[in-house]
Design a protein around this ligand. Structure first.
Ligand SMILES: [Zn+2]
Length: 280
C-alpha cells in the first residue's frame, strides 16, 4: 500500500462501539470518529467466520479504512518443546490467512521469549521459523508483511537491533515500531532527538522505504523494576508522544499508527489532531 502520510487508528474495535466484539461495527465506528485505520486483535486466538472476513474486507474497502492485525499472545518461536514451536508457526500462518481474507496487508506479533538463552541462538531460531512461514505463505499465494513487534520486556525477543537484522534477512519482514515499548524496554528514547535518531537508523539500515510504510504502535506506558508493563492513557504517562509525533512528521514518515492506550480512540484522535496541527 502507498501512503500519503500517517494514518491513525485503534488496536481493536473502538470502546464507544455498542457491539465491542463486532469488527465490522468497529470499522464503521472508526469512520464515524474521523479515524483512518483499525487493527484486528487476535490476541486470544484466531477465530473469525469466513463470511465475517469477507464482509469486513468489503466495509473496510468501501469506507476507505485499511486494516492491520495482531497475532495471538501465545506465540513463542523459542519454546522448549518442538510441538509448541510448531503451533506458534501455525498461529502466525492462521493469523496471516485471516488477515489476508480481511484485506489486511500488515500483521504484527510477539515472536519469542529468550527463556534465558543466548539472544544470538534465539535470533537464529526465529529467523529459521520466519523463513518457513514466508515460504508456506508464498505457496498459499498470500502476500502480507510480517511485522515482529518491538517488545517492551527485556525477557522478550524483539529489540530494535534484532528487528533490523531480521528485516535484512527475511524478505517479507519489517519491524512493527512500538515506540512506547522501546521506551519501557530501555528507559531511553523519550526525546525528540532520540526518536529522530531511531528513524535515521531505520533509514540508514533499511532504506527510505522503511519510513514510508511504517506500522507503529503508540500508547501511554509505565514499567516497574521487574519489567512489568502497564498500558496507560497518554495523559497519565511520562511517554513524550508529542515529540515522537513531531519527529515522525519531520522525517516524512508514512504508514499506520495504531493506538493501544486503554481509552483507544480518545488517544488515537489526540495523536491524529496533533499530527495534523503541525505545519510542514
Ligand atoms: Zn503487541
Amino acid at each position: 500500500m502507498q501512503f500519503d502520510n500517517l494514518l491513525f487508528g485503534t488496536a481493536g474495535v473502538p470502546n464507544s462501539t455498542p457491539k465491542k466484539n463486532n469488527p465490522i461495527d468497529g470499522v464503521k465506528a472508526i469512520h464515524e470518529l474521523g479515524l483512518d485505520c483499525m487493527q484486528l486483535e487476535f490476541a486470544h486466538g484466531v477465530r473469525m467466520k469466513e463470511e465475517v472476513s469477507s464482509d469486513l474486507r468489503k466495509v473496510s474497502y468501501e469506507l476507505g479504512i485499511p486494516l492491520t492485525s495482531h497475532g495471538p499472545y501465545y506465540i513463542n518461536l523459542n519454546a522448549r518443546e518442538q510441538d509448541k514451536i510448531d503451533s506458534s508457526v501455525e498461529r502466525i500462518i492462521q493469523t496471516a490467512k485471516i488477515s489476508d481474507l480481511c484485506g489486511a496487508e500488515s500483521m504484527t506479533f510477539h515472536a519469542a521469549f529468550y527463556m534465558k538463552d543466548s539472544p544470538y541462538d534465539v535470533f537464529d531460531l526465529v529467523e529459521k521459523s520466519l523463513n518457513v512461514i514466508e515460504e508456506r505463505l508464498g505457496r498459499l499465494d498470500i502476500e502480507i508483511e510480517l511485522r515482529p513487534e518491538l517488545t517492551g520486556k527485556t525477557s522478550q525477543f524483539g529489540s530494535l537491533e534484532e528487528l533490523i537484522s531480521l528485516t535484512k534477512s527475511v524478505n517479507s519482514c519489517s519491524p512493527c515500531m512500538d515506540f512506547s515499548h522501546l521506551f519501557a524496554r530501555t528507559g531511553q528514547y523519550n526525546s525528540y532527538q532520540e526518536f529522530a535518531d531511531v528513524l535515521d537508523k531505520l533509514k540508514t539500515e533499511l532504506g527510505t522505504h522503511a519510513l514510508e510504510q511504517m506500522h507503529i504502535h503508540i500508547s501511554g506506558i509505565s514499567s516497574n523494576s521487574k519489567g512489568d508493563l502497564k498500558h496507560l492513557n497518554l495523559e497519565d504517562s511520562k511517554f513524550n508522544w508529542k515529540e515522537l509525533i513531531r519527529s515522525l512528521k519531520d522525517k516524512g514518515c508514512k504508514g499506520y499508527v495504531i493506538c493501544n492506550s486503554p481509552n483507544l480512540e480518545k488517544d488515537a484522535l489526540m495523536l491524529k489532531e496533533y499530527y495534523h496541527s503541525l505545519t510542514e
